[in-house]
Design a binder for this molecule. Structure first.
Ligand code: HPA
Ligand code: ZN
Length: 363
């Protein structure tokens, strides 16, 4: 059975009939040393934890049971807005430094269980500070969770604070100012949330200042948004990002593909899926990117909110739907370590251990 045509929102049906994953391939995936470059901290909280935090923070929360949350998750449409409207209901339960600590620490435990050895975690300061949480409590909670996660689980991570693009430019400047004393704790700046009517160009000056301050920069160009291709051009030309989050619509423009390759831009795609859809989105587009030679990586985005879950399940789904080989998976991970914001020697160290793993398991 072939997957549908190159409609980027196509979902592959009867996934299991396409490229069944052997026990050996499953175990190869599970133990493969991985890097993840596109995951939102607030999207890693499982429904049971969402309820626990809501109760601990004495919130009058609309969901009372895991089943109610699951029903809401299953009722979403594929639109970005439908996803985000519910996503922010989950984000709202994180209220204290202890919550940020716990969510970060627990996510790093999950990374270890998925053989993710390095992760770059995004978070949304504006949402939290506008709920009345101080930047200090938020960043210290995350940073302490990060340090303890490294000590206890051996998972290293760096942080990317994201501008919620639908908010005002003034609000983004305020976030930059609040972040300044903690500049050493934050590696990158990103751009996420509602893309419609909020092009990257809205933030050209903010990004210029961020680069001056030494942040690495990326931005979401979500799949099939209005002007997706134009937004990708704006990211590389105006914001001067060295990564694009998603960016799948780039394949519609051969000149853009050539430019992304020329500038060695890393694209962090997310072959996630959600009920009631049976399999990963965007697989055809992602495979085309890979075949065109773009530096593409595979990521989970908001793993607690998708059926694709965390890294192992996401990669198994990608293989089931696209027939990737072990060598392909190693290449995706090589791209991720190389496209990370680690210093060169650390990238090389991770890549060497990846190559060693590959040597023992392929050929
Ligand atoms: N796109 C935009 N904003 C987001 C996303 C995403 O995939 N996840 C969390 N915030
Ligand atoms: Zn994202």
């Amino acid at each position: 059975m072939r997957c549908k045509g190159l409609n980027i929102y196509s979902v592959q049906e009867s996934l299991m009939e396409m490229f069944p994953v052997s026990v050996e391939m499953r175990s190869f995936i599970e133990d493969l040393p991985k890097a993840e470059l596109h995951v939102h901290l607030e999207g890693t909280i499982l429904p049971a934890t969402v309820l626990k935090l809501a109760e601990r923070n004495r919130m009058d929360y609309p969901f009372k049971t895991v089943e109610e949350i699951q029903e809401a998750l299953d009722s979403r449409t594929t639109s970005l807005k439908s996803f985000l409207d519910l996503h922010y209901m989950f984000v709202s339960v994180i209220r204290t430094k202890a919550d940020f600590y716990e969510v970060t620490y627990e996510f790093l435990r999950t990374c270890m269980n998925n053989s993710v050895v390095y992760v770059e975690i995004k978070f949304d300061p504006q949402f939290h500070t506008e709920q009345g949480i101080s930047f200090d409590a938020m960043i210290k909670g995350i940073d302490e969770g990060k340090k303890d996660g490294l000590r206890d689980f051996g998972v290293d991570c760096n942080l990317i604070m994201c501008i919620n693009r639908e908010r005002t430019v003034e609000s983004a400047w305020k976030m930059m100012e609040q972040a300044y004393p903690y500049r050493h704790l934050i590696t990158g700046l990103g751009l996420d949330s509602y893309e419609k009517d909020n092009p990257p160009s809205k933030y050209t000056e903010v990004y210029e200042k961020a680069r001056e301050q030494g942040y690495r920069v990326t931005a979401h160009c979500d799949v099939n948004q209005e002007d997706s291709v134009k937004h990708i051009w704006e990211c590389i030309d105006l914001l001067k990002t060295d990564r694009i989050d998603h960016g799948i619509n780039s394949i519609e423009d051969p000149e853009l593909v050539a430019e992304l390759i020329r500038r060695d831009i890393t694209l962090t795609t997310c072959p996630t899926w959600r009920n009631p859809y049976p399999g990963p989105r965007d697989l055809e587009g992602i495979k085309k990117m890979y075949e065109l030679g773009l530096k593409v990586t595979l990521n989970t985005d908001d793993p607690a909110e998708f059926t694709s879950e965390y890294m192992n399940r996401t990669l198994i789904g990608a293989v089931e739907g696209s027939g990737y080989t072990k060598e392909d998976l190693v290449q995706f991970m090589r791209n991720a370590f190389d496209g990370s914001w680690l210093p060169r020697d650390r990238k090389d160290m991770y890549i060497a251990s990846l190559e060693e793993y590959a040597l023992g398991h392929t050929g």
